[in-house]
Design a binder for this molecule. Sequence first.
Ligand code: DTR
Length: 341
Amino acid sequence: MKRFKTFATTAIMTAFLAVLLCQSPAGAKSISLNYANFPPAPTFPCVQMEQWKSEVEAKTQGKVRINTFPGGTLLGARDMMDGVIAGQADIGCLCMAYQPGRFMVTNAVSLPLGIPDSRTGSLVLTDLFKKENPRAFNKVKVLALFTTAPANIMSRKRVATLQDLSGMDLRASGGAAEILKTWGANQIGMPMSATPEALQKGVVQGLFSSLEVMKDLKFAEECSYVTVTNTVVYPFAVVMNLDRWNALPDDVKTVMENLSREQALWTGIYMDNHVKEAVEWSKKTHNVEFLELDPANSQAWNQTLLPITEKWIEKASAKGFDGKNIVDTIKTLIQKHGQDS
Ligand code: DTR
């Protein structure tokens, strides 16, 4: 009997503890949200996801739990937006460059307009979104926006001139893809998550992206050369299923909304520092050569890009957007945020 009593007491205590653990200090049940991401865990979209998770869990004092799914385990790169809309994941991180026509306004930050770093890009994108409130996001709640650092050419062969680039199979998406095409490369589109295999199998000879992947995805093992062009950034969005968002208590919504700008800034600064680290690591560990274009050459490369923005304005206007106004807004925001670092 005594034994039974001890057993019963232990069982009751355990059940009580379990209930306590599922409750916030305020007594409400904990809310569990699934967050999908497409690239592998060490890459920056996943690093920012873990940062956001810790911030939300800390700021809601355990009322919200975020379950993270890196590496496309819940949703893949191109399924992200529709998967979140359909509720397959509560939250998802997407690279808008993988669906260029779908995210016309926000993808305008990947025009060659001179965004110097990820910090500036992330703030420009955040403010552009606030001003334009693009209809492409009507079916989701946007939790955060950020961009990569500017793209550079990572390749197996040395690229010093536009002739070297001519016909070379290189991987890029969205705005960056337009640039590679203009420079005469044979641009091949695919998400970053598919690139390691494509490089290993020789499907592509390199890529055009931000340089932190030299370390995070070990591209320095394949690409012995980097041509520094610092051309365009890739924009990202973190979106949430609208029904799940609407069902959140107001205090949780406030925590998430207040985090939006902070997250853009955190990610931008993390990315810029991490690119520097990856460059040093690539030089030291894999002896990668970094080629800086001389000023005359660099001007020639940039000159070829001038029509891209004009063409984009025409295309956007044909689709009913005020293309010129969007470009002017981005330029003003670059000035604003490029200075306040
Ligand atoms: N530049 C885009 C986005 C990108 C840059 N670094 C990473 C790391 C993991 C996923 C995507 C990205 C691209 O090249 O796809």
